[in-house]
Design a binder for this molecule. Structure first.
Ligand code: SF4
Ligand code: SF4
Ligand code: SF4
Length: 277
């Protein structure tokens, strides 16, 4: 697992190079065209599957596949404005999701009404893979936009606030079973993982609040935090039952030794009782 981020980086670089070749299959925005024409295409199948597995393995599409996210990660290393962690802005996400589906569905119904299409049909290759002039332009604009967002605002600000796909995958990832977990007995609360996280997720807060389970739906399961912790306190694990995980931890290590936040004996008793309920 310590090499997870190496595999993640290699995979993302591979997809970054593959995306121009299979742009219409990997560029998530082409889902709009699939709905517009009422066709189940490769892009709808691929991203549909990534959405479906998000309650199991989190936002892996965003962390391992999406070229737009990778461009932001690369360029945000030099970003001008350093923002602090904040929760995604819900209203922008909802507005963009509604606008995306409303506009594509309106065109779909117009096409049905005018007789251009009869029903939804299965034709994965409908959006052909030719990287023609039109697509080249779109890819260049998309890539330039992602790089610009990364240079201006760090740590995937666009993904957290403006991307419709990010919002949909995050809704599924709320229930993800694959999450980073911190061994609070090994951690010395240096905060390096917080600073290095590609999404700026405040990992150390999850030690005090959540027994080390980083259950943040924005996590892209990249493994950067695992690599950055020199005490090897973080790993990415399947946690099937969060309540059970807490109880097991409580039996193995006393709570007061697992938190560095000065938990009072009364609070400790209360937390222990709540977990064992
Ligand atoms: S949130 Fe959107 S732009 Fe960002 S990585 Fe995910 S799909 Fe790509
Ligand atoms: S980098 Fe490791 S030791 Fe430092 S706060 Fe994060 S988990 Fe703890
Ligand atoms: S918490 Fe770890 S795995 Fe999740 S996004 Fe941050 S660095 Fe990546």
């Amino acid at each position: 697992m310590t090499k997870l981020f190496t595999y993640n980086s290699l995979t993302r670089m591979a997809f970054l190079m593959l995306t121009p070749v299979f742009f219409r299959a990997l560029g998530f925005a082409f889902i709009w065209h699939s709905i517009y024409w009422g066709v189940i295409t490769w892009v709808a199948i691929i991203w549909g599957c990534l959405i479906l597995i998000s309650p199991l393995v989190g936002k892996v599409g965003c962390g391992w596949v999406c070229f737009f996210g990778t461009w932001q990660d690369l360029s945000s290393q030099r970003s001008v404005l350093k923002t602090s962690w904040h929760k995604p802005i819900t209203w922008t996400r909802i507005t963009i999701i509604v606008a995306f589906f409303a506009t594509s569905l309106i065109f779909f119904f117009i096409h049905v009404h005018s007789g251009m299409i009869r029903c939804i049909r299965f034709d994965p290759g409908f959006l052909n893979m030719n990287f023609d002039d039109h697509c080249k332009h779109v890819w260049v604009y998309d890539s330039a936009g992602a790089i610009l967002f990364g240079l201006l605002l760090d740590k995937r600000w666009f993904c957290r606030n403006l991307c419709f796909m990010g919002g949909i995958c995050a809704a599924g990832a709320k229930f993800s079973r694959l999450i980073p977990v911190v061994d609070t007995a090994k951690c010395n609360y240096c905060g390096k993982c917080d600073r290095d996280c590609l999404l700026k997720i405040p990992i150390t807060r999850y030690m005090a609040k959540n027994d080390g389970m980083v259950t943040n739906p924005e996590c892209i399961v990249c493994g950067k935090c695992v690599e950055s912790c020199y005490r090897k306190a973080i790993s990415i694990e399947f946690v099937w039952n969060r309540k059970e995980y807490r109880v097991n931890l409580l039996h193995d290590v006393p709570l007061s030794k697992r938190t560095g936040f000065g938990v009072s004996p009364v609070a400790e008793k209360r937390q222990t009782a709540a977990c064992l309920k």
